[in-house]
Design a protein around this ligand. Structure first.
Ligand SMILES: Cc1cc2nc3c(=O)[nH]c(=O)nc-3n(C[C@H](O)[C@H](O)[C@H](O)COP(=O)(O)OP(=O)(O)OC[C@H]3O[C@@H](n4cnc5c(N)ncnc54)[C@H](O)[C@@H]3O)c2cc1C
Length: 338
């Protein structure tokens, strides 16, 4: 086991904030998982599982525990092709985009719109990653995971994960932190995505005269759209979308929003990027954090000194949007440390 001591969380996360973690262990193989938990047990320290750190914000006080950085690689066929469907697996340390590329190259449909989402395969079920009309829930079959409570590996079928918009048993409720996901299995098919597509994807396809919606073409379109507006985490510090979209639940709320000229999609979703932009915040800088001028939902860490700066920026943005529209934005990325 490769064990490092006193490692800045800022080095492990794409927002590049956060104090030190007491220990960091890189896990490259399923066999290393149990010994790593035993190491933490011996020292009576909590464990935190990390992928690429693209949806986690480190806090200034650091983490007095053991971070397991997931690098378990490998992918392939889980269950052979049958009646036009196939089950593919990826071990959880693989990048999600590499898994998407692998499936698309073989002509399979189901996760092509998840192209270019940063992060590892193992994190995909945690917040049910989604983009351009697809989410991982639509294809997921099961995950294999180390269960810290039972101290054994278990298979968790998709119907036990309670997946919905940015939500699962892995990020909400009493099972948070209990599992280290080591393998993800998806079921894919040869059907194609059909129009109407998500607005920006439809616009790109129309503009380029595309009428053949192969997985390769959708992947190409999504990669182009994302590259034009979203920051590359290798170059620019951010966690992607910083706020969740607002979901309205009653017809009255939906009608009231529409009457004020606020866009409401998919029967209740208000794009929070629209609210931020129409509150006049696009491109503005608060405490070293810039509201991206290409995608208002994205906060970029230009010169924040610490988590406290980010928290101050977040509160100001939430306050301004609430005063203007009456909706309270909620942060999407989770937080790590004290
Ligand atoms: C520029 C940018 C664009 C983005 N665009 C999108 C988008 O379009 N759609 C979208 O849904 N998200 C998007 N994100 C968010 C992010 O890419 C996803 O949440 C991704 O799944 C995070 O993967 P990760 O490996 O970096 O996870 P991390 O940030 O390392 O971890 C995220 C959470 O998952 C848990 N976790 C990670 N791995 C495991 C594991 N193996 N077992 C158990 N728990 C685990 C962690 O404990 C943590 O709670 C974007 C982020 C950025 C920076």
């Amino acid at each position: 086991m490769n064990i490092r001591e006193n490692v800045p969380i800022s080095e492990l996360t794409t927002m590049r904030l956060g104090g030190n973690a007491r220990y960091v262990i890189e896990i490259t193989n399923e066999d290393e998982v149990e010994p790593a938990y035993a190491f933490a047990d011996d020292k009576e320290l909590p464990v935190y599982v990390l992928g690429s750190g693209s949806n986690i914000i480190g806090r200034d006080g650091g983490f007095d525990g053991v971070i397991l950085v997931n690098k378990i690689m490998g992918m392939g066929v889980y269950d052979e092709e049958r009646d036009g469907t196939i089950e593919l697996f990826a071990n959880s340390g693989e990048l999600l985009d590499d898994f998407v590329a692998y499936s698309v190259a073989r002509g399979w449909h189901g996760i092509e719109a998840l192209s270019a989402i940063p992060g590892t395969v193992g994190a995909a079920p945690v917040q049910n990653v989604g983009a351009y009309g697809q989410d991982i829930a639509q294809s997921l079959v099961l995950v294999r995971a180390y269960d810290q409570l039972l101290e054994e590996f278990v298979d968790i079928p998709v119907y036990d994960m309670d997946l919905s918009y940015r939500h699962s048993i892995f990020n909400s409720g009493d099972k948070v932190g209990r599992y280290f996901i080591t393998k993800v299995v998806v079921r894919l098919n040869h059907d194609k995505m059909e129009p109407p597509f998500y607005n920006s994807l439809q616009a790109w396809l129309d503009e380029h005269g595309v009428t053949e919606y192969t997985p390769e073409m959708i992947r190409h379109a999504v990669c182009e759209i994302r590259a034009a507006k979203l920051p590359d985490p290798a170059m620019i510090a951010s966690s992607g979308s910083f706020f969740k979209n607002v979901y309205l639940t009653s017809d009255e709320e939906i009608e009231a929003a529409k009457a004020r000229g606020i866009p409401v999609w998919d029967g209740g979703k208000i794009p929070s990027g629209w609210l931020i932009e129409h509150a006049g915040l696009k491109g503005q800088v608060f405490h070293g954090m810039r509201v991206s001028d290409k995608a208002s939902l994205v906060l970029i860490n230009e010169s924040a000194r610490d988590y406290a700066d980010l928290a101050a920026a977040r509160e100001e943005i939430i306050r301004i949007v609430r005063e203007k529209f009456g909706y309270t934005l909620e942060q999407e990325p989770m937080e790590l440390g004290e």
